[in-house]
Design a protein around this ligand. Structure first.
Ligand code: BJW
Ligand code: ZN
Length: 236
């Protein structure tokens, strides 16, 4: 903890790579591990373009249910610690795999969303992307004004990440003197590649996670515990 605090104090540019674990203490379920979504739902039946093509209503029901959970959740002390850190450090970027919007709600402004945004929908016909805060929809699947079918504007397995978004993530990590890796199992690619990239670019890598992950071996410091407790202490 003391080393990590010192690295952050002397850093001019910092990036935070976040995953579902940072929202766990807000009551938003993670994907993997005990209580994770994939314990009860099969990713290949819900989070792939093939699943959506086969049963868009089922996929939409699952996303509307998750929107409802997230709508009731509040950012936790971990999110707020990152927001206040952004106001104090010259260059700070949150690179998140999360789609829940809790970083914005906590007050971060410089956010790269690798896997999209559950609060947006995209039209399969005209390509339009729209803010969408509905947690209930009368007739599923929801339709665009153009008549096309809407889908959640998130990145499913087998889909590429947006080029501009990925480039922004790479830039943030390459520029960083210190990279925080928070609440991610670090098994989903290409997001997981950002950890070795941070190392190669000479950044100090600080992992915050109650459990060991494939990223732990690359970390200069591993702070074991919930991010809602560790981040306020680390970033104060
Ligand atoms: C706490 C805590 C607390 C608990 N405090 N911590 C190379 C190798 C192998 C496979 C591939 C590869 N390249 C591509 C692939 C395929 C695939 C992939 O990675 N598969 C692996 C799973 C094997 N990747 C893709 O398909 C990606 N696309 C792509 O690569 O395109 C090019 C391509 C196309 C076709 C073929 C090949 C390449 C797209 C990935 C999209 C991921 N989408 C999801 C769903 C998003 C929408 C939604 O939310 O519904 O993104 S899946 C899900 O996993 C979600 C998450 O963002 C993502 C990562 O999960 P995350 O955030 O790490 O959460 P968890 O639950 O895994 O972990 C939580 C952690 O928190 C744990 O470590 C806990 O210990 C910790 N924790 N409480 C702090 N209080
Ligand atoms: Zn449309």
């Amino acid at each position: 903890m003391q080393d990590a605090r010192e690295w952050l104090r002397s850093a001019r540019s910092v990036a935070a790579l976040t995953g579902a674990g940072i929202s766990a203490e807000s009551g938003v379920p993670t994907f993997r591990g005990a209580g994770g979504l994939w314990k009860h739902y099969r990713p290949d039946q819900l989070a792939t373009p093939e699943a959506f093509a086969q049963d868009p209503v089922l996929v939409w029901e699952w996303y509307l249910w998750r929107r409802g959970l997230i709508a009731k959740a509040e950012p936790n002390p971990g999110h707020y610690a990152l927001a206040s850190f952004e106001r104090r450090v010259p260059a700070f970027v949150v690179v998140t795999q999360n789609v829940d919007g809790l970083h914005e709600r906590a007050g971060n402004r410089n956010i790269v969303k690798l896997h999209g945004d559950i609060w947006k929908s995209q039209c399969l016909n005209c390509g339009g992307e729209y803010a969408d805060d509905r947690t209930e929809v009368d007739a599923l699947p929801p339709l665009c004004d153009c008549g096309g079918m809407l889908r959640p504007a998130v990145v499913w397995f087998g889909e590429g990440l947006d080029d501009g978004v990925w480039n922004a993530a790479e830039r943030a990590v390459r520029a960083a003197d210190a990279v925080l890796v928070i609440g991610t199992s670090a098994v989903v690619y290409p997001a997981a590649l950002l950890v070795p990239l941070a190392k190669e670019s000479g950044a100090k890598v600080i992992e915050i996670n109650p459990d060991e992950t494939p990223a732990s071996g690359l970390a200069d410091a591993s702070l074991r515990g919930p991010s809602g407790q560790i981040l306020p202490e680390l970033l104060s």
